[in-house]
Design a protein around this ligand. Structure first.
Ligand SMILES: Cc1cc2nc3c(=O)[nH]c(=O)nc-3n(C[C@H](O)[C@H](O)[C@H](O)COP(=O)(O)OP(=O)(O)OC[C@H]3O[C@@H](n4cnc5c(N)ncnc54)[C@H](O)[C@@H]3O)c2cc1C
Length: 296
């Protein structure tokens, strides 16, 4: 049975496809260390850093085959003809993949052709039409709202479109404000959205990288976190320790408030995610009982 966040908490790690032999080695090390924690699944991004569908496919299959843990590709639709998407779905299906993170994606700068499917709800609809219930479909959700959304209500409504189209579960953009998440979940429930909304967690490893990502995706870094990070300068150990502390506390509060699991943006690194995981006490015994519940 596929792990379903409705039944129990679901824990996952996200990777991106490596582009150089050195990066391949780094991912293998992170993959094996994180696999030892027995997460419910790994996911692999598409498009980030210029990765191709082929590289996402190869990475997903390799992770699944080497670890025995399910792996889910991210599939985005913007700028792609539906025939290409149909082929991608068929390829994943015949490789035995049954979980997908379905996204709109972003057009590379300078591109103006949107393709046939312009929004993620259309992609979810397409996947359901083409493949029925084969795939467990995850979609993106934005507790601090999507940067292009005209407003909070409109963005919530657009989130509902994806659920109405057949999404099974959602993973949020990362955030450092627990109230933003709680209020987003409450507002979603009021709209009748009843799928699990799993918080996406970004371990803080590198200040410059965090600022760059947050600028692009609209995630807010609280001022007090930013000031502390800037004070640490190039002291990587201090940044990592502080980051682990802050993120552990964030996760603890989220789980206490009933979050249906956690999705770690592991960035092809294991150390910070493992430290947070251990601080939270999501240990081997817990992993075994989670497996037992899923098999029931
Ligand atoms: C968990 C997660 C994983 C991600 N993985 C990747 C990845 O692998 N590769 C990658 O390139 N990007 C990835 N992203 C980023 C994502 O592609 C971008 O945030 C993108 O801008 C929006 O994708 P979406 O699926 O949320 O789009 P949508 O849900 O389509 O929303 C995009 C915008 O359009 C609006 N909107 C939605 N539907 C409609 C509609 N029917 N009519 C009018 N407006 C609408 C929304 O309010 C929002 O402002 C990820 C994000 C998350 C949270």
């Amino acid at each position: 049975m596929r792990p379903h966040a409705r039944d129990r908490q679901v824990f996952s790690f996200e990777f991106f496809p490596p582009r150089t032999p050195e990066a391949v080695g780094k991912l293998e090390v992170a993959r094996d260390r994180l696999a030892a924690l027995r997460p419910d699944y790994f996911s692999v991004t598409f498009g980030a850093g210029g990765s191709t569908r082929e590289r996402t496919f190869e990475t997903v299959v390799e992770i699944r085959d080497k670890t025995g843990i399910p792996a889910a590709p991210h599939v985005s639709c913007i700028g792609y003809p539906t025939q290409a998407l149909r082929d991608v779905l068929a390829t994943y299906r015949s490789a035995g993949i049954d979980r997908i993170v379905a996204l709109r994606g972003d057009l590379p700068s300078g591109t103006s052709s949107y393709g046939e499917l312009r929004y993620a709800n259309e992609l979810v609809e397409f996947i359901r039409r083409e493949t029925g219930d084969h795939f467990f479909i995850e979609v993106a959700a934005y507790p601090e709202f999507h940067p292009q959304a005209p407003g909070a209500e409109a963005d919530l409504f657009n989130f509902k479109r994806k659920v109405d189209a057949g999404a099974d579960s959602a993973i949020t953009q990362y955030f450092y404000n627990v109230d933003a998440y709680s209020r987003f979940v409450e507002a979603s429930r009021r709209l009748g959205i009843d799928i699990p909304i799993v918080p996406g967690v970004m371990p803080i490893i590198n200040c410059t990288q965090l600022l760059r990502f947050s600028d692009a995706c609209g995630a807010e870094i609280p001022r007090w976190i930013l000031k502390r990070l800037r004070d640490f300068g190039d002291d990587r150990v201090a940044i990592r320790d502080f980051g682990v502390d802050v993120t552990t506390e964030l996760c603890r509060q989220l789980l206490e408030r009933g979050a249906p699991g956690l999705h770690f943006y592991a960035m092809n690194q294991a150390e910070a995610s493992i430290a947070i995981w251990r601080n939270l006490g999501i240990g081997a015994a817990d992993a075994q009982s989670r497996v037992a519940v899923s098999a029931a």
